[in-house]
Write a protein that binds this ligand. Structure first.
Ligand code: HEM
Length: 489
C-alpha cells in the first residue's frame, strides 16, 4: 500500500492512530448534557483546525505554482561554470511560483500589480532560486526603503484599506519609481493569464566561468504564448466574477497538456564594462537597452506538472535570492543585497527552521549535507552521524572554492547612494518607455494613472506625483494633469 493509501483509506483514526467510533456526535454526560473533556477526538480535531494556517507571506501572499523543466539550448560555458548550464540539451527540474504583490492570501488574481516569477532550479549542485517579477525594473533601488514602500501598498493603519494618498505620496517622493510606475499602469500591468506574460530576473547577477572571469547577467523569460493583457474594465469585472482566474487558468492548461513555456534569454556584460557603462548596471530601476547588450537565447522553460497539495507545495514553498550554485552569485545591487537577508529570515519565521527539509524545498538532484540539526519538526534524517566539522569520521568537508568571485571595493563605510553614471537620472528611461508606447497605449496609460491619482485627497501629493511624469516627458505630464483635472471636476 502506498503512503497515500495508508493515510487516505481504511478506518478513521485519531492523530495517534486509534480508531474513531463516532465522527458525528461529540461525547456528552448523558444525552443532552455538557460535552466531556475526555472526548479526545473532538478536542484534537478542534485544536488542529485552529492551527491550519501559517503566517502568509508579508508580500506576494497570493500565488499559484507548477513544476516544470528547464532545457539548455546554447553553450554558455564561456560565461558560467554552473553545472546545470554546462551542456546543450541538459534538463533541470524546476518549480515556479507566480504571485501578486500587495494582496492578501484570498485576494483576486486580476488586479494591477507586478506578478512574482519565483523560479527554483533543482540542480545537481543544489537549488538555484531566481526570485524575479514580470517586470524588468522595480520601484526603488535601496532595500532600506522596501518596508516603507510596501506599507503604502498595503492596508492603512487607520482605514484598513489601500489608500491612494499613501501610494502616491510615496511614489511622488520617490522619483526613482517613475519608470516602474509608467510600466505598471501601461497595458502589461494586468496580464490576462500567468501564461501570457514574461518573467525577468530584474536584478543584475554575477556569472563566473572556469577561468574565474566575471560577467554581469540579466535574465529574461519571454512567453511563448504571446503577451495578452486585460484592460482595467475587463479586470475589474473578472476580479469580481472569478477571483481565482489566473490560478485556475494555469492549473487547467497543465491538466489538459497545454504546457506553457518561456524562451530564456540573457544579457551579458563583461565585468570591465560596468564601471563606465552609461547607466549604473546595478540600479534596479533601469534596464540595459537591448542595443547595448543584445539578449542571447539560452534555453526553454516549460511548466508541465501541477502540485498535488497547494498547502504543502505552494504555501510552504520557499525561494531565496541567496540560493546560488557554483558559477552564479550576487551583484552589488543594493536591493539585491538586502534581499539576500530578507527571504531566509522570512522563511524561518513563516515556515520554520527546517523549511528546507520539505519535499518542495529540498534539493532534488543532490543532497543537502550540513551540520545544522534539530529544531522544530526535525525528522532525525542524520541519525547518529557526527554534527561538527572538521571531524575524523568521514563527515562532509568544505570545498575551498567559493561559488562566485569577489568584487573590488574602495572608499569608506557610510550610508551612501549608489554611484550615478553618465546618463543616469530618475526619469530618462521612464520617458523613453512613454515615447515607445503607441498613441492608444499612451491614452490607456493616462486613463489608468489619472483614475488613481484623482482619488488622492491632497493637491500637493497629486501635483508632486504628476510632476514626476512631466519630468519624464513633457507631453506625458501635460496630458496626465489635464486628465486628472477633468476627473476631479
Ligand atoms: C529589498 C527589497 C525586497 C525585500 C526586502 C523583499 C522581501 C520579500 C519577502 C520578505 C518576501 C516573502 C518571502 C516568504 O515569506 O517566503 C518576498 C517575496 C517575494 N519577492 Fe520580494 N522583496 C524585495 C524586492 C523584490 C524584488 C525586487 C523582486 C523581483 C524582482 C521581488 C520578488 C519577490 C517574489 C517573486 C516573492 C514571492 C516568492 C514566493 O513565491 O514565495 N521582491 N519578498
Amino acid at each position: 500500500m502506498t503512503l497515500e493509501a495508508h493515510v487516505t483509506q481504511g478506518p478513521l483514526t485519531t492523530e495517534a492512530g486509534a480508531p474513531v467510533a463516532d465522527n458525528q456526535n461529540s461525547a456528552t454526560a448523558g444525552a443532552g448534557g455538557p460535552v466531556l473533556i475526555q472526548d479526545q477526538s473532538l478536542l484534537e480535531k478542534l485544536a488542529h483546525f485552529n492551527r491550519e494556517r501559517i503566517p502568509e507571506r508579508i508580500v506576494h501572499a497570493r500565488g499559484a505554482g507548477a513544476y516544470g523543466t528547464f532545457t539548455l539550448t546554447r553553450d554558455v560555458s564561456q560565461w558560467t561554470r554552473a553545472a546545470f548550464l554546462s551542456e546543450v540539451g541538459k534538463e533541470t527540474e524546476t518549480f515556479l511560483r507566480f504571485s501578486t504583490v500587495a494582496g492578501n492570501l484570498g485576494s483576486a488574481d486580476a488586479v494591477r500589480d507586478p506578478r512574482g516569477f519565483a523560479l527554483k532550479f533543482y540542480t545537481e549542485e543544489g537549488n538555484y532560486d531566481l526570485v524575479g517579477n514580470n517586470t524588468p525594473v522595480f520601484f526603488i533601488k535601496d532595500a532600506i526603503k522596501f518596508p516603507d514602500f510596501i506599507h503604502t501598498q498595503k492596508r492603512d493603519p487607520y482605514t484598513g484599506s489601500q489608500e491612494a494618498d499613501n501610494v502616491w505620496d510615496f511614489w511622488g517622493l520617490s522619483p526613482e519609481s517613475t519608470h516602474q510606475v509608467t510600466w505598471l499602469f501601461g497595458d502589461r500591468g494586468i496580464p490576462a493569464t500567468l501564461r501570457h506574460m514574461n518573467g525577468y530576473g530584474s536584478h543584475t547577477y554575477q556569472w563566473n566561468n572556469e577561468a574565474g572571469e566575471v560577467f554581469w547577467v540579466k535574465y529574461h523569460f519571454k512567453t511563448d504564448q504571446g503577451i495578452k493583457n486585460l484592460t482595467q474594465d475587463e479586470a475589474n469585472k473578472l476580479a469580481g466574477e472569478d477571483p481565482d482566474s489566473h490560478q485556475r487558468d494555469l492549473r487547467e492548461a497543465i491538466e489538459r497538456g497545454d504546457f506553457p513555456s518561456w524562451t530564456v534569454q540573457v544579457q551579458i556584460m563583461p565585468e570591465a564594462d560596468a564601471a563606465t557603462y552609461r547607466f549604473n548596471p546595478f540600479d534596479l530601476t533601469k534596464v540595459w537597452p537591448h542595443a547595448d547588450y543584445p539578449p542571447i537565447e539560452i534555453g526553454k522553460l516549460e511548466l508541465n506538472r501541477n502540485p498535488e497539495n497547494i498547502f504543502a507545495e505552494v504555501e510552504q514553498s520557499i525561494f531565496s535570492p541567496a540560493h546560488f550554485v557554483p558559477g552564479i552569485g550576487p551583484s552589488p545591487d543594493k536591493m539585491l543585497q538586502g534581499r539576500l537577508f530578507a527571504y531566509g529570515d522570512a522563511h524561518r519565521y513563516r515556515v520554520g527552521i527546517n523549511a528546507d527539509h520539505l519535499p518542495v524545498n529540498r534539493p532534488h538532484a543532490t543532497e543537502a549535507r550540513t551540520n545544522s540539526r534539530d529544531g522544530y519538526l526535525y525528522d532525525g534524517r542524520h541519525k547518529g552521524a557526527k554534527n561538527y566539522e572538521p571531524n575524523s569520521f568521514g563527515g562532509p568537508s568544505q570545498t575551498d572554492r567559493p561559488l562566485w568571485q569577489g568584487t573590488s571595493v574602495t572608499g569608506v563605510t557610510g550610508s551612501t547612494t549608489a554611484p550615478v553614471h553618465a546618463e543616469d537620472n530618475d526619469f530618462v528611461q521612464a520617458g523613453n518607455l512613454y515615447r515607445l508606447y503607441s498613441e492608444d497605449e499612451k491614452s490607456r496609460l493616462i486613463d489608468n494613472l489619472a483614475g488613481f491619482i484623482a482619488k488622492v485627497s491632497r493637491e500637493d501629493i497629486a501635483d508632486r506625483a504628476i510632476n514626476n511624469f512631466r519630468q519624464a516627458d513633457d507631453d506625458f505630464g501635460k496630458r496626465l494633469e489635464a486628465a486628472v483635472q477633468a476627473l476631479r471636476g
